[in-house]
Design a protein around this ligand. Structure first.
Ligand SMILES: Cc1ncc(COP(=O)(O)O)c(C=O)c1O
Length: 404
């Protein structure tokens, strides 16, 4: 280490915002905004140069409690002072308690913990394949939706229905079939004796917040029951209050056999989970694992995130502030506003999303864009109506300044 800082602090190398050396040291995997953030509080982020940003992105649907939430900070510090990680050869109280809590929030099941959404889906895919071997004469195919997103591991990126994410990495693992979303006929058409599972996001998040229609998921459930298929819901983005209910599957009244959770679970601390009902819970020791996944620190953080969502009524807040935000966005006269709770998207009338994002950034507002005309809103669940008013005002001024 050539630069020394105080313990617990990364030394400020340049004080510049953006840092000119970022591209020298970091792989070019994400199109990042030209700011370097150093701290946050509530829904506000502060950059290295001291500028404040109201954040409607939350690390893309991750920081459910915003930044520096006292309960989360306290839980992390307290757990860190006792036990960060004990490895996967032993049990920890924190992991068992978190699993119990998640099972109570979902359906009778057991949990496997990892670090991310992609890994949670990887676990679900492996469960489906092993289940097919054991219970369905070697069936291994998994049906997923065109334009869905399930993460970046090789299996998850293959499961996802976006060739631009998977094409650079061919040959891909076999056994994934992509069908149009919201069209039960697609699933019916490709189902055969090799089909083991259907895997869906209840609301396509990265494709621009495209909700399943009310009847679709019920039809999929029925089809899975009739044809002896597992139903996997990827609730990595929709789970944990984001849509104004604990899980999107509750909104639709459709229970999956396996659900995957990550993103917001640790409030920013990496943790993912795959929960499987008894029928799908086919792993035995040696089938799967993670050395540090579900360590005591991450589990204690996640436990506190769940408790705080409950104690601060954040599911209800997501529903009501989400409706308020949707109404505010409609005053901006976009082409369309869609979504539910605090998982919303706004289609603009032209290919101006990036220009709007840049202008908003200049004006202290962080928004996320998808493609060239869609803005996605997945803010912390603690967002207030006053913050919505500020955000809508900023976007109105930005649109006016850009003459859009
Ligand atoms: C629905 C869904 N599944 C899986 C993932 C992958 O999660 P992670 O980036 O934690 O691997 C994402 C990330 O955006 C997602 O939106």
């Amino acid at each position: 280490m050539s630069r020394k800082g105080e313990p617990g602090q990364v030394a400020a190398a340049s004080g510049l915002d953006p840092r000119p050396d970022a591209a020298q040291f970091l792989m070019d995997v994400d199109r990042r905004l030209p700011i370097t953030v150093v701290s946050g509080s509530g829904c506000m982020l502060r950059s290295a140069s001291g500028k404040q940003y109201l954040d409607l992105v939350a690390g893309i649907a991750v920081n459910l409690l915003g930044y520096s939430h006292p309960a989360l900070v306290e839980a992390i510090c307290s757990q860190a002072s006792r036990l960060i990680n004990a490895g996967d050869m032993v049990h920890t109280e924190a992991q068992i308690e978190l699993a119990r809590q998640l099972v109570e929030l979902t359906f009778p099941s057991r949990a496997f913990f990892c670090h991310s959404g992609a890994e949670a889906n990887e676990a679900a895919i492996k469960l489906a394949r092993k289940w097919g071997k054991l219970r369905k004469a070697g069936a291994y195919e998994i049906v997923t939706a065109v334009d869905s997103f399930h993460g970046r591991t090789l299996a998850a990126v293959t499961a996802g229905g976006r060739p631009r994410n998977s094409d650079p990495f061919t040959p891909l693992p076999p056994g994934f079939l992509h069908v149009p979303f919201n069209d039960i006929e697609g699933i019916r058409r490709v189902t055969n004796s090799n089909t083991a599972a259907v895997m869906l996001e209840p609301i396509l998040g990265s494709a621009g917040v495209i909700p399943a229609s009310a009847g679709y998921l019920r039809e999929v459930r029925q089809w899975c029951d009739e044809n002896h298929l597992l139903l996997i819901f990827d609730e990595v983005q929709t789970g944990l209050g984001r849509t104004g209910s604990w899980f999107a599957f509750e909104k639709y009244g459709v229970k999956p056999d396996i659900v995957t959770i990550a993103k917001g679970l640790g409030g920013g601390v990496p943790i993912g989970a795959c929960l499987a009902s008894p029928a799908a819970d086919v792993f035995v020791p040696g089938d799967h694992g993670s050395t540090v996944g579900g360590n005591a620190l991450a589990c204690a953080a996640a436990f506190t995130v769940l408790q705080t969502i409950e104690s601060e009524s954040l599911v209800e807040n997501a529903a009501s502030v989400g409706a308020y935000l949707a109404a505010g966005l409609r005053t901006l006269a976009p082409q369309e506003v869609r979504g539910t709770g605090l998982m919303l998207a706004m289609d603009l009338r032209g290919p101006v999303a990036r220009a709007l994002q840049e202008k908003c950034l200049e004006m202290g507002l962080l928004i996320n864009v998808i493609g060239d005309r869609t803005v996605r809103f997945v803010p912390p669940l603690i967002l207030t109506r006053a913050e919505v008013d500020t955000a809508v005002e900023v976007m109105a001024s930005a649109l006016a300044a850009l003459e859009l």
